[in-house]
Design a protein around this ligand. Structure first.
Ligand SMILES: Nc1ncnc2c1ncn2[C@@H]1O[C@H](COP(=O)(O)OP(=O)(O)OP(=O)(O)O)[C@@H](O)[C@H]1O
Ligand SMILES: Nc1ccn([C@H]2C[C@H](O)[C@@H](COP(=O)(O)O)O2)c(=O)n1
Ligand SMILES: [Mg+2]
Length: 254
């Protein structure tokens, strides 16, 4: 089990180390569910998680492209909207509140959504996550950082004209309660007001990859493919989080 974190460089700031140690501890806590399933045998995650946030307006093609990324690059796909819809279907305590929020085109309180994402991450054997439709707001973003304790490695933004998004959503035909003109208008307003600031935040951090989300599904995927191919090409020992692997030694005390 991972127990201690030791510095290789005296020039590393204590706050950096505290942040790094906190991230490792959080990832260790994410393994708890798996460890419990393994009947007391503690099984640490062997790899640092690689997190991709998938952003874009309603109908921009996030879910469609996530399926292709999963097929090609082996990510686990966690759709925030699907997790919320599952809560509604299971008639959980939050189900009615979530249904009303989605019908109104509004955003569900962050703690509810982040807890659902956290549970899925804990249960997954994968370490590469596509988190689709999240974070939709600054509150979502901060809540994820506080509860999960990690930041995304990559943020994809599917940039699509509004008329095209409306057309796609109205043609989707999956029986979604929010696929109607009235709710779509509200969702587009929420996207402009609350989601664009998150996209700008990641742009300033240098993590944003903007995809022109018009054309065929395959044409769009050809813009997505090189982003992940580039990460695949990075050598294993430096791939996921160079600052952690380069500066910190984790001593195995098991
Ligand atoms: N490039 C494309 N051209 C035409 N239609 C597309 C394209 N990509 C996806 N679609 C279709 O548009 C609809 C919306 O796509 P999708 O569900 O992937 O969007 P989304 O971004 O996940 O939307 P939401 O945020 O509402 O979940 C679907 O019916 C899908 O089949
Ligand atoms: N972070 C999120 C993601 C989704 N929701 C709610 C509100 C959305 O309109 C709806 C559908 O999501 P989608 O399937 O389009 O990604 O789910 C939210 O409140 N917070
Ligand atoms: Mg979707």
């Amino acid at each position: 089990m991972w127990r201690r974190v030791a510095s290789l460089s005296s020039s590393i700031s204590s706050s950096f180390l505290a942040q790094t140690a906190s991230r490792l501890n959080t990832w260790e806590s994410l393994t708890t569910g798996i460890a419990q399933q393994a009947k007391g045998v503690i099984a640490p995650k062997e790899k640092t998680p690689f997190i991709t946030f998938v952003l874009g307006g309603p109908g921009s093609g996030k879910g469609t492209q996530c399926i292709k990324i999963v097929e090609t690059f082996g990510f686990a796909h966690l759709s925030a909207g699907d997790l919320l819809r599952r809560e509604i279907a299971s008639k959980s305590a939050d189900g009615a509140m979530i249904l009303n929020t989605i019908k109104e085109g509004k955003i569900v309180p962050s703690q509810v959504t982040v807890k659902l994402i956290q549970k899925e991450m804990e249960l997954s054997d994968n370490h590469k996550f596509l988190i689709d439709g999240f974070p939709r707001t600054e509150e979502n973003r901060v809540s994820f950082e506080q509860i999960i304790g990690v930041e995304p490695n990559v943020v994809l933004f599917f940039d699509c004209p509004e008329e095209e998004m409306v057309k796609r959503v109205l043609n989707r035909n999956e029986g979604r309660v929010d696929d109607n003109l009235e709710t779509i208008k509200k969702r587009l307003t929420v996207f402009q007001a609350l989601s664009l600031p998150v996209i700008n935040y990641y742009s300033e951090k240098g993590k944003l990859y903007t995809i022109k989300a018009i054309g065929t599904e395959d044409e769009i995927f050809e813009q997505v493919r090189p982003i992940f191919a580039a990460f695949e090409a990075i050598p294993l020992n430096t791939r996921w989080n160079w600052n952690i692997s380069a500066l910190v030694v984790v001593i195995d005390m098991s």
